[in-house]
Design a protein. Sequence first.
Length: 368
Amino acid sequence: MNILESVITKSGNKIELIGCEGESQVLIIGVFHGDEPQGKYLIDKYLEYVYSYPPLEGGSESLISGRGNIAKHHYANYMISHAKELRNNATIHEQILWKYLKQHKFMNLKFRRQQPIGNYIVDFVCCSPKIIIELDGSQHIENKNYDEQRDKYLSDLGFKIIRIWNNDIISNIEGVLSFIKQEIENPTRKSKISTLPQGEGRLLFIPCLNPDGLQNNTRTNANGVDLNRNFPTKNWGGVNVSTDGNPECQDSSLYYGGESAGSEIETKFVIDIIEKYKPKLILTLHAPYKIVNYDGPAQDIAQKISEIINYPVEPSIGYPTPGSFGTYCGVERNIPIITLELDEKIPVEQLEQPVFEIFDMLRTMYLV
């Protein structure tokens, strides 16, 4: 993942589009309103967990986590704690191989041991190139179905998986190292597992569209404009847009949509991204209504998201939204757009599991 586009705001903060080069299909946007920070947190964590972004520095022992493909997900605290426990209680086979892999000793590559990736913890991983080394004993024969599911998930993230038998570590370590070297030098060659990367470039992220508002803990940007009322729609309303006094509509029944439609740096940035990258689907993260709102031809996708997060699907937010992003993209341009209104009354960490599962679903929906 790389910074593909960026712009500086009025207050000198940076807005970034993060993704992979190539064909992208889904745009995910975090903070529209500065007093709704959940979206940035969740996107930043997902990028760290799944894509190891931003890249880890030098000898850092920071853990990589991510979304598993089985049962329920338990990100962050549990996985980190369990990984530390495994490192502290390494098997004799792991200890032997680690002597050769640590501190860039092997092919000058940075390996980490017992690293969480999703609900799985891999024995050894190198992020560049994307290599996982797993040590197998007799238990892996008994857990064949689990291993196949695990390997598919890791392969879909772009990792090549190299499996080594424990007995070979003891009896033929030089042969093991030679085999690993051959597998790394021949990325297209299949080892025990097929590992064709899939779907990595399908997601684009704008973690925070309103960094000035986030910095000041205000709904609006530095110009006092509600970005979600500033888009050049047919119903854009400009100054003091009424929401009919809806008592649930944040703190006020009047919103400022800007001096003109599309006047703000932030709005122009998003419009340019949509025109350039032409996403097939857009997901925005808001709070606090606990609903899956949609515009355009997105009802089926909204229902799938609802089944993951257990929020009701609502085609309307319940009050007028002139100049909104949903109207601009979904109603007037027929781009499927989901506004996921998150629960702000629970710790944001509790949202990681369902939201990351939603991201993963969107990442794989548009594979060609």
